[in-house]
Write a protein that binds this ligand. Structure first.
Ligand code: ADP
Ligand code: MG
Length: 288
């Protein structure tokens, strides 16, 4: 029966925005009991707009802050980087040159600008490195915030907002109706994660997750007896996709993620996964 199923699944899934790379993935997808979604670009649009630019030192104004951050972000492919670069374009800011660019995996980026060591980093990076915020400087809503550092001192921050995809809620509800627990894993901060989780009615959320911690999340769920599907887009997501029972690479993501995955979510649309699961269950019901 497998070749028939493969034939059916390949035909149908092509129309539904899925590329099935592994013959058994379709068969396996009906067994999924836990679904772990990426936030950025899967449950959300992955299009960050800058909402606030706040300088925390006298010598640096808003324009200088965005200009410095942009010098670094031009080298990055992260959706946050794209949002900041777009903002600089809107403001017609001339580019600065940099050297020694480095990516701090899952936490930010750094480089040398004008002889100074500059970094754009996550709240988690500040905590880890014992860098304290000036009191009352920063009250966060459900925004993604990155801090701009100069010689390891905070000079300001940039807040950004992404929007939840219009069909994410439906995707989550239908998966839950099919008996699947729906989780989200994100490198973003807890407040943003909680806001998305509440809006979508998720069963659980993992925030401020470093890329290499995603494997652990999958393993823990598996140890609790769950049959786990996971979506991911980055190079660093590949081990988690390999560990998952069904690894799903987001279409807009990296080649490494795609090569490791069983399924590619061509349009990064979460309802396409819901369709697959429902279709898988229905097909097997008919065949048995
Ligand atoms: P996610 O894919 O959930 O956004 P990442 O691991 O890619 O998670 O990023 C985690 C966090 O690290 C981001 O929320 C941000 O704070 C920080 N970060 C990552 N890349 C960049 C970047 N290019 N510029 C600024 N901050 C970054
Ligand atoms: Mg990522």
């Amino acid at each position: 029966a497998i070749p028939l199923v493969v034939a059916i699944s390949t035909t149908i899934s092509a129309q539904k925005g899925l590329l099935i790379r592994n013959r058994t993935a379709f068969e396996e997808s009906r067994k999924i009991t836990a679904m772990v979604f990426d936030k950025t670009g899967t449950l959300t649009e992955g299009q960050f707009g800058v909402t606030r630019v706040v300088s925390l030192v006298d010598q640096v104004d808003e324009t200088a802050l965005i200009r410095t951050a942009t010098a670094l972000e031009q080298q990055s492919q992260h959706p946050i980087a794209q949002g900041i670069v777009r903002e600089a374009k809107t403001r017609n800011l001339a580019p600065l040159s940099i050297s020694d660019f480095q990516s701090i995996t899952g936490k930010g980026i750094s480089a040398t600008v004008d002889g100074k060591k500059v970094a754009v980093v996550s709240p988690g990076y500040l905590k880890e490195n014992g860098i304290e915020l000036p009191k009352g400087a920063y009250s966060s809503g459900a925004e993604t915030v990155v801090f701009v550092l100069q010689d390891q001192q905070i000079i300001g921050f940039i807040a950004l907002a992404d929007t939840i995809r219009s069909n994410s809620k439906e995707a989550v509800q239908r998966l839950q109706e099919a008996g699947i627990k729906v989780y989200m894993a994100t490198g973003d901060n807890q407040k943003v994660a909680d806001a998305v989780a509440k809006e979508l009615g998720l069963d659980g959320v993992f925030a401020e997750v470093l890329p290499d911690q995603k494997v652990r999340i999958v393993k823990d769920l598996q140890q609790k007896g769950q049959f786990v599907a996971m979506t991911g887009d980055g190079v660093n997501d590949a081990p988690a996709l390999a560990q998952a029972n069904v690894g799903i690479a987001v279409g807009s993501g990296t080649d490494v993620a795609a090569e490791t995955a069983d399924i590619i979510l061509v349009n990064s649309n979460p309802t396409d996964i819901t369709n697959l699961v429902e279709f898988g269950k229905a097909t097997y019901r008919k065949m048995i």
